[in-house]
Design a protein around this ligand. Structure first.
Ligand SMILES: [Zn+2]
Length: 193
């Protein structure tokens, strides 16, 4: 008897990049193309406290702020048996073993987790300029406002550090986040042909 075919059939795609670069919007759009899509959001894996910067700020953009062990466990469980968490498989009589599942993992730090990186089939990094990132971040300030100095002290330097590393990594596909959602999705589909 064959082993669970989920192991070979599950495609793992990480979408990372700048804060406010449209990661989750793009992932939602991509997931709508295939009913057997599953999503893992970095935001669900924050620890109750973050490490402090030299200035005493809580650094929520440091990898230590994330429960990467739990995230990795959950991703591995999805690879092992995607149909168990897949609404399309669960709701319809559509849980054939050979369904192709796609797991999208989304967040600013998801390409920083070494043991996760080894499992990924596609790595996407969406870039943004300082001015545009700050503009979008301010637009988002309704219920939550960044503490003074947080953008320049944490968000931007942590992103710059990541960008410098990932732009040298030839396995990472870089997409310009200044494009519209539709253009980003098109670029994604083009680079994954
Ligand atoms: Zn499914």
């Amino acid at each position: 008897m064959m082993q669970s075919s989920g192991v070979v059939n599950t495609l793992l795609i990480a979408v990372s990049g700048c804060s406010c670069s449209g990661k989750s919007t793009v992932v939602k759009e991509l997931a709508s193309f295939n009913a057997h899509s599953l999503m893992v959001h970095q935001d669900d894996y924050y620890k109750p406290a973050a490490p402090q910067t030299a200035d005493g700020m809580e650094n929520w953009d440091a990898i230590e702020a994330l429960d990467t062990v739990k995230l990795l466990q959950d991703v591995k469980a999805l690879i092992q048996d995607p149909s168990k968490s897949c609404p399309a498989c669960l709701s319809a009589n559509d849980n054939e073993e050979n369904n192709q599942h796609i797991v999208y993992i989304e967040g600013t730090m998801v390409l920083d987790i070494g043991k996760l990186s080894e499992l990924l089939h596609t790595k996407i990094f969406i870039t943004l300029s300082y001015d545009e990132c700050l503009r979008r971040r301010r637009q988002r300030w309704k219920d939550y406002i960044d503490p003074p100095g947080f953008f320049d002290g944490c968000v931007w330097p942590m992103y710059m550090k990541r960008e410098t590393t990932l732009l040298k990594d030839l396995t990472v596909k870089v997409i310009d986040g200044h494009q519209t959602k539709e253009e980003i999705v098109k670029t994604f589909l083009d680079v994954n042909k």
